[in-house]
Structures are given as C-alpha cells and as structure tokens.
Design a protein around this ligand. Sequence first.
Ligand SMILES: [Zn+2]
Length: 272
Amino acid sequence: MPELPEVEVTRLSFADRIAGAVVQSVRLGQPLRWPLGCQPQDLVGRRVVAVRRRGKYLLLDLHPQGLLLMHLGMSGSLAFELSPPAPGRHDHFDLVTSRGTLRLHDPRRFGAVVHADSEQSASALKLLGRLGVEPLGQDFQAAAFHRALKGKRSSIKQVLLAGEVVVGVGNIYASEALFRAGIRPTVRAHRLSRARADRLHAAIAAVLEQAVRQGGSTLRDFSNALGQTGYFQLEAQVYDREAQPCRQCSTSIKRIVQQQRSTYFCPACQRA
Ligand SMILES: [Zn+2]
C-alpha cells in the first residue's frame, strides 16, 4: 500500500510538469472507490494550478475553480506522460492536459479521484476533515504531539495508524519510528512521558524524511511514478524482519498483530 512518502514522491514526480496545464479531456475506466462527483466534461478547459498533498491525498488545484482529490488506495499509481500508451484494463482515470496525461493505474480500485468545489465543501471535508497534523511540516510540534497523545488510551501503534494525531504514518513507518524511539508498540499512548513523546516525534519526522529522500533520489528512474518501483529501499530496522537479529542488539525481532496489522519490534531495545 502506498504510504505518505510514496505519495509525496509521486507528487514531486509530476507537480512541476503539470502546473499550468489545461485539461483537454477526461477518460473514466471502471468505477473507483468513490464517484468523480462531477461530469467529466465539466473539467475541460480548467487549468491545473498546483499539486499539493494532504495526508495521502493529492490535491490538484484547478483554475478558475475547484480541485481534484486523488488517492492511490491499496494498489494505485499515477504516471504523467506526454503520450501514454492506450489505456489498459487497470487504467481507470486519464486527465488529458495540454502538457501530458495524468493516468491512475489501479488494479484493486480502492483508489479514487473526487472533484470538490473547494477544500471547505462537504465532499472535501468528508475525506480531509479528520486528518491530523502533517508530519513533514512546521505544524508538527513536539508539545502539541504529546498533548494529543495524552487524550488517547489505545496503544501508541494504533494511535499512529489512526491518523487523527498525525497523518500518514502507516504500518511500515510506525514500526520503524517506534523502534528508533525505543518505545514498545503496545504502550498506551496517554502513558508516554514528554521526553519519550519528543523522541517519537523526532523519529517519525526522521523516518518519513529519509523515505522521501530515498524515493526522490530514485525519481529520475521513475517512468511510471510508483508502479514500477513499488516501495523504496528503506533499510528497515524491524519491519518485516521477524526472527531476524536486531541491528542494534542482535535480539530476535518479534512480530505481533495489532488490529489485524503486523507490528515488528525488538523486545530488548523497546522494553516499554
Ligand atoms: Zn534490539
């Protein structure tokens, strides 16, 4: 599943090239997770002003009005190409513009492209309204992070995944950040001290920034923004390393299941 760093790298892969492009036509394939929310021809003639990211949504700002919210779901990838091949059976959305075609390839169709009149409209708020703070920006502050954790009684891993405190820390990066911070994934969020919350805060930012950097450095190889490379070559400390020796202390990495998702940790480095 594409996580926040992959979505950010996808954004970086085409944001500059599509800025200023005028929509010429829209092609829809099979239904995605949610309907487009407007007639495809309503988009024709509008200009793509900028591509922003909010959590795992990409926001294409349109001129004179409106925006498109795009989500990659479980298996989606976006490619922006001057003259793409004829759409295949898993290509479910083409935004044909004066500068190229932005195509959503999504075999499992949990992805979506949704039009909204503005970020404050009901259709946008439904998707963006409950999202927590962005981890890769100035808004992600240690003191506020600790305060927010104080109000959560579930395990810290679940709280990170829920995305209401901080957005976009998915399964891989939650395990990795908790390892870096030396925190057991099962600890209840409200029990973390300020010092430990500070360490986790720093670890989350560091892990995600590293992933974006690594993705960015492979950008030049991206002919198909995500589809061909899949996940970045993150040097995982614990994720997917069950029974392998911890890179810090050689203890066997443990795997547990929290809310149907695998969690990996080192029982020695993450004692509590
Ligand atoms: Zn260890």
